[in-house]
Design a protein around this ligand. Structure first.
Ligand SMILES: NC(=O)c1ccc[n+]([C@@H]2O[C@H](COP(=O)([O-])OP(=O)(O)OC[C@H]3O[C@@H](n4cnc5c(N)ncnc54)[C@H](O)[C@@H]3O)[C@@H](O)[C@H]2O)c1
Length: 444
């Protein structure tokens, strides 16, 4: 099938590339000329495991190309995916200006039936806005071409995006148009060959499903973080509690890891957007209010431990920091807890040497010229002379360090672990002072 993907970011690039992998003829559009130039020159503007090779393969096979030319991209695809950003507006609601702009550009150039598929995460009712924008553009040209609007929210996880897209748990398709339903069903059939995981529904339910999923996941994280904080005070170990409850199939093991709060490009903004939608309709989502508050507080948990240990004046203190991205296997720094932690340490007079396997360039972009913050290209290189090691992201490469070497490099054998990477007993044996989340600290 001929497919156009509007917006070549994390979701758009993965969507376009995976659809090309199954033999579709795909054009990816972006308004960011720099991004398109990188892609046209064989580079990839984001880090996502496996993506670069898959792009290369499909570009050389002639099934995938990149453009900034809107007319060309609208002409190309019978199915037009909208995968542009929906960042939070000032009041937390989803800013739909990019989605509406994309819809308008389709309306401006289309001639002939098109299926317009909203893949961006958008509030309930956005399908109607997309439809209205297209009708307006068509009317201005005196055109009456028919089209369908579909909601097809994306559930991929950054860091495992290719795997998630190629082997989805479910594919949600919201539409009331039979032709669009058939086309979308055929497009996704190769992705669900061993058993059918396509859920057809109406547009509004599909839009709501995406927010419901992210809000539920954010709730699990905040719930566990609050229980971790209580466990710590009560002498319980949250890691044992986690296993104790995860074994219940009604609860399950996923998304029960305590830490330094959720971040990234989705949970924070989607939780807020859902709250604003509810408010606009006179409904208060009390659980989500608490989820957000708890997450905000959790981003300071590691800092609170540091202050308790060193005092509020951190002048002259130097910290080694492992992990900048909001989670492993991505370079995404949007709403990353590391930013809150680093900002606090610097504002209180400390200096920070940070390492992350892939997101140093993104960190430099979002924290430009921050005085006292430096970067090193290996985990061990940040350690020399540091008063403590602070672990913020659970990259695999941090999990089995040479503890003797870590101890030898640090000024103090002191670790604040925001991801519970190590066994406290082992840390005690290795001679570390160790501060995990929701477990007993080791003070030696
Ligand atoms: N990142 C994720 O893990 C993830 C997962 C599921 C859903 N989503 C949702 O998918 C959407 C996209 O997220 P993302 O992380 O890929 O964003 P992103 O910022 O990485 O990419 C969006 C791209 O759209 C481009 N763009 C904006 N307006 C455009 C226009 N009118 N025409 C063409 N291109 C345009 C931007 O230049 C940018 O490259 C959001 O709604 C997000 O909530 C994201």
């Amino acid at each position: 099938m001929k497919i156009t993907v509007i917006g070549s970011g994390y979701v758009g690039l993965v969507t376009g590339t995976c659809l090309a992998e199954y033999g579709n003829d795909v054009v990816c559009l972006d308004v960011d000329a720099n991004k398109i130039q990188i892609l046209q020159e064989g580079g990839v503007p984001i880090f996502e495991p496996g993506l670069e090779e898959m792009i290369k393969r499909n570009v050389s096979a002639g099934r995938l190309r990149f453009t900034t030319d809107i007319k060309e991209s609208v002409d190309h695809g019978t199915i037009q995916f909208i995968a542009v950003g929906t960042p939070p507006d000032e009041d937390g609601s989803a800013d739909l200006k990019y989605v509406v702009a994309a819809a308008r550009s389709i309306g401006r150039y289309m001639n002939g039936y098109k299926v317009i598929v909203d893949k961006s995460t958008v509030p309930v009712g956005t399908g109607d806005k997309v439809r209205a924008a297209i009708i307006e553009e068509l009317a201005q040209r005196g055109e009456q071409t028919s089209f369908a609007v579909v909601s097809n929210p994306e559930f991929l996880k950054e860091g495992a995006a290719i795997e998630d897209f190629m082997r989805p748990d479910r594919i949600v398709i919201g539409t009331d148009d039979d032709t669009a339903k058939d086309l979308m069903g055929s497009l996704y059939a190769p992705f669900v060959r061993n058993h059918d995981r396509i859920l057809f529904m109406d547009v509004r339910s599909a839009e709501m499903t995406k927010y419901a999923a992210n809000a539920m996941l954010a709730t699990r994280i905040s719930f566990m973080n609050e229980l971790a904080n209580l466990s710590e005070v009560m002498g319980a170990d949250i890691e044992l509690v986690r296993k104790g409850i995860g074994s219940d199939p009604r609860i399950g093991y996923h998304f029960l890891y305590p830490g330094v709060g959720y971040g990234g490009s989705c949970f924070p903004k989607d939780v807020q957007a859902l709250q604003r939608t509810a408010e606009e309709h006179g409904i208060s989502l009390k659980v989500l209010d608490a989820v957000e508050k708890a997450n905000h507080a959790q981003k300071s948990v590691l800092v609170d431990k540091i202050v308790k240990r060193f005092g509020n004046d951190l002048k002259g203190k130097h910290f080694a920091l492992w992990g900048l991205a909001f989670k492993p296997n991505t370079d995404d720094m949007r709403d990353a807890p590391s930013r809150v932690i680093i900002e606090y340490l610097l504002n209180h007079g400390a200096t920070v040497a940070a390492h992350d396997p892939v997101s140093i360039h993104e960190a430099q972009r979002v924290m430009p010229g921050w005085q006292g913050l430096s970067y090193e290209d290996s985990p061990m290189a940040v350690l020399p002379g540091a008063d403590a090691l602070v672990i913020v992201t659970e990259w695999k490469v941090f999990r089995s360090p040479d503890f003797t070497e870590v101890k030898a490099q640090l000024k103090n054998a002191l670790v604040f672990d925001g991801r519970n990477l190590f066994d406290p007993k082992r840390m005690q044996k290795e001679g570390f002072e160790y501060y995990p989340i929701g477990r007993q600290q080791v003070t030696n």
